[in-house]
Design a protein around this ligand. Sequence first.
Ligand SMILES: [Zn+2]
Length: 119
Amino acid sequence: MPHSTREKKLAYLRNRGYALQASNKREASREKWHRLRNQWIAENGGRCVQCGFADPRALQIDHVFGDGRKDRRGRGPSFVIIDIWLPENRGKYQVLCANCNQIKRVENKEIGGPPRKYE
Ligand SMILES: [Zn+2]
């Protein structure tokens, strides 16, 4: 029977190892994503193109033509982070702060659902 204390302990350590490995991998790819994102923002002015806001914590990469949702669908953000660096995509993205990005979404009716009233 595979239920000796020793085997249980080995199985536990094995599973723990896999879990740690997986979580390190996730962590590494998150870090890479943030590094690429911050680098892109810095190289593209480092501030909101609308209002000049420059705190990177509230800066976002905006799709100039508002096709972010379509772009992300089925691919996930890791592909978008590669796209922004492609030379043929130059001009397709811009730096916006969270406020200006949200205002743009409302004005362009990029938000789904019934129209909202803000006045
Ligand atoms: Zn702004």
